[in-house]
Design a protein around this ligand. Structure first.
Ligand code: FES
Ligand SMILES: [Fe+2]
Length: 347
């Protein structure tokens, strides 16, 4: 899919980066098509629950044995959240609504309602389960679908399955986690993390050292993802996957993995979530590793926040470079899903 019939696809126009109407459409048309990594599996032990928010939707994760389950965190009676959102999972055997006490098991079945004999119409508990959401585990992460008809997760992650299959099931726990607010549209941050043109210039002493000479870059594209692979000095390759909707998975040959995501907040702000996962024996070095990752991400923050100002001042973006093709690939997918498949449909 290209945005232009004549010549190579240009970058998306600046108008797409600051519009409240576009941000709303992204919430309705784009985000619900995908699966979102929301927690590491080890952060939700069996018999625990975790409440969080994904793109404005309150989500409740529970885990009985091996498999986690996701629900909308909303009591079917009057809509109150069963658990307040909190960073850490809580041990719990039952979910009791704080409003009128409807009580659920961790599979979302209603077990009891207060004064159950006195409803004004016949009451059948089986008609009032919690609303379920798609929930899967991949690479030690829990992925949740917030739409009713998401793309199959294996399709969203097709390139990861092709290129990192040996690295997926390594023993791995969450070692460190940080979030920052960025003063830019999520697409500027996502574009930047797909941008292999800037690394040698903008990160000469940080990421560029990890990725090595530009002439050794290897690229791969699939329908929903892109890969930059670079030789790793100690052997193997360092893999950086750019994935819809706004996520990047980085794999080191020793099994370490980083997740960098840019969920949108409003047209001018996004969150940057950074998770580092690896073998439990790496815990003592986790803070130093996070510091290293945040080092190049701070270099990026200055650039993306500056680009946001440039885009807001009426920029017509310049020509894409060969090393910016991962950006174009994502922008083509985004434009197609948003219904911008012809230039006249662009805002
Ligand atoms: S809102 Fe939950 S029991 Fe009434
Ligand atoms: Fe960068």
């Amino acid at each position: 899919m290209t945005l232009s019939e004549s010549g190579p696809q240009p970058f998306l126009p600046a108008s797409v980066y600051g519009s409240a109407a576009i941000a709303q459409q992204e919430r309705e048309r784009y985000a619900p098509q995908f699966w979102h990594p929301v927690a590491s599996l080890d952060g939700l032990p069996p018999g625990h629950s975790l409440a969080l928010e994904v793109q404005g939707l309150p989500v409740l994760l529970t885990r009985t044995e091996d498999t986690p389950t996701a629900f909308v965190n909303r009591c079917p009676h009057r809509g109150v959240a069963l658990l307040a959102a909190k960073a850490e999972a809580r041990a719990c055997r039952r979910l009791v609504c704080p409003y009128h006490g409807w009580t659920y098991n961790l599979q979302g079945d209603l077990l009891a309602a207060a004064r159950e004999g006195d409803f004004l119409t016949p009451f059948d508990r089986r008609q009032w389960p919690l609303a379920g959401l798609g929930c899967e585990v991949f690479a030690n992460l829990i992925w949740v679908a917030i739409g009713s008809n998401p793309l199959p997760l294996a399709q969203q992650l097709d390139l990861v399955l092709q290129e990192a299959v040996d690295l997926l099931d390594r023993p791995r726990v969450l070692l460190a986690q940080q979030s920052r607010i960025l003063q830019c549209n999520w697409k500027i941050a996502h574009d930047n993390t797909l941008d292999d043109y800037h690394v040698a210039i903008a990160h000469p002493t940080t990421l560029h050292r990890e990725q090595g000479p530009v002439r050794q870059y290897r690229h791969a594209l699939s329908s929903h993802g892109s890969l930059l692979a670079t030789p790793y000095p100690a052997g193997g390759e360092f893999l950086t996957f750019g994935l819809a909707p706004w996520t990047h998975l980085l794999f080191w040959p020793d099994g370490r993995m980083a997740v960098i995501s840019f969920p949108p907040l409003d047209p001018q702000h996004c969150r940057m979530d950074v998770w580092l996962l690896g073998h439990p024996s790496l815990r003592p070095g986790a803070d130093a590793w996070m510091e290293e990752v945040l080092g190049f991400l701070e270099e990026d923050r200055l650039l993306v926040e500056s680009a946001q100002i440039g885009y807001a001042s009426g920029l017509v973006p310049g020509p894409p470079h060969r090393l910016e093709q991962r950006i174009l690939q994502h922008q083509a997918l985004y434009a197609a899903l948003m219904g911008f498949s012809a230039p006249e449909l662009l805002p």
